[in-house]
Design a protein around this ligand. Structure first.
Ligand SMILES: C=C1C[C@]23C[C@@]1(O)CC[C@H]2[C@@]12CC[C@H](O)[C@@](C)(C(=O)O1)[C@H]2[C@@H]3C(=O)O
Ligand SMILES: O=C(O)CCC(=O)C(=O)O
Ligand SMILES: [Fe+2]
Length: 345
């Protein structure tokens, strides 16, 4: 059963409820709800997810402790190129946000290596992160199995196995959005790229879709996340620190041949409170070939996308700006821009 959620009124006065799915309900009903939410919004909240409170709390504490450090210590984590500490720069193509973050590969060896430069107690830090990553991975796999069942895909484990693969290219990101003061300024020194965000001072992380298969998001109790509906309205998502939000990523759109749509979203900063969010981005191994699941291609619904590897897609995404629609490059009927420009790295 869909759990009733408060109606949200957007600026354009459209009242929208965030789909909320209770993972403890009976499986045959559950898989239908998950498929429906992925189709309609590409976004939903899960409750009764089974992740231990302690795992979430410890992760929250580690994140808060890291961002409270002096800048000189945070910089020891190394620049986010691609993994490490980033401040205001998002990616490498001039995108800027009002945030600082840690971006990490979820492979346990990478976590262990990075922890040495991030935390005073690296063993504890990597333990806490591995526990959180393990829980997020399990949640992703449960949801992917519900989807394959709901779509009547013959191999129920075909997608979850990609995320469980030791070579999976999944990432963890912890974002910290400091409050903006009353003039809309933050305590950070002005940057040469500030022109990009002057008119959007409250934008913490600009509009985009996530390139991966699925994202598991949670935050502290400070709001800021917004999702975009198909008709272009922004819906604020009320924060819920004990629950998780699931976002369909670009690759899930391809796998379902466009039946699911990757959700465009953004994060705003709060005027007075610190916001911290954490995302697990579930991705396949780099060399994995991506194309619509055979079940999703019919005469009525012919294949829309060219086959490509996750490495090729990532390379294209990383050569573009945050808000760009990268999937257009991989559409079969797209004649102008050729996929070979983004050939394997
Ligand atoms: C501007 C960019 C940042 C990003 C790589 C990109 O070139 C385009 C996709 C961006 C994004 C959005 C979701 C995740 O936060 C992220 C880690 C990802 O996989 O794709 C970021 C990338 C990043 O910050 O490096
Ligand atoms: O901070 C958030 O809630 C969302 C951040 C986000 O979309 C991202 O890091 O990709
Ligand atoms: Fe995102």
């Amino acid at each position: 059963m869909l759990v009733p959620s408060p109606m949200i009124r957007t600026k354009k006065t459209k009242a929208v409820g965030i789909p909320t799915i209770d993972l403890s309900v009976e499986r045959s009903e559950l898989r239908e709800q998950v498929v429906k939410a992925c189709e309609e919004y590409g976004f939903f909240k899960v409750v009764n997810h089974g992740v231990k409170k302690e795992v979430i709390t410890r992760m929250e504490e580690e994140g808060a402790e890291f961002f409270a450090k002096p800048n000189s210590e945070k910089l020891q984590a190394g620049p986010a190129t691609p993994f490490g500490y980033g401040c205001r720069n998002i990616g490498h193509n001039g995108d800027m946000g009002n945030l600082e973050y840690l971006l990490l590969h979820t492979n346990p060896v990478c976590i262990s290596e990075r922890s040495k430069t991030i935390a005073k107690d690296p063993t504890k830090f990597s333990c806490v992160l591995n526990d959180y990553i393990g829980a997020a991975k399990e949640l992703v796999c449960d949801i992917l199995e519900l989807v394959t069942e709901g779509l009547w895909v013959p191999d129920k484990l075909s997608l979850s196995n990609l995320i469980k693969d030791i070579q999976s290219d999944s990432f963890l990101r912890i974002n910290h959005y400091p409050p903006l003061n009353q003039n809309g300024n933050k305590n950070w020194a002005p940057s040469k790229n500030d022109g990009n965000i002057d008119n959007n001072a409250s934008i913490g992380f600009g509009e985009h879709s996530d390139p991966q298969i699925l994202t598991i998001q949670r935050s502290n109790d400070v709001g800021g996340l917004q999702i975009s509906t198909h008709d272009g309205l922004w819906i604020p998502v009320p924060p819920d620190p004990n629950e998780f939000f699931i976002m369909v990523g670009d690759i899930f759109q391809v796998l379902t041949n466009g039946r699911f749509r990757s959700v465009r979203h953004r994060a705003l900063t709060n005027t007075t409170k610190n916001r911290m969010s954490m995302m697990y981005f579930a991705a396949p191994p780099l060399n994995w070939w991506i194309e619509p699941l055979p079940k999703m291609v019919t005469t009525q619904n012919p294949n829309v996308y060219k086959p490509f590897t996750w490495a090729q897609y990532k390379k294209a995404a990383y050569s573009l700006k945050l808000g760009d629609s990268r999937l257009d490059l991989f559409k079969l009927q797209h004649q102008q821009q050729d996929i070979t420009q983004h050939d394997s790295p």
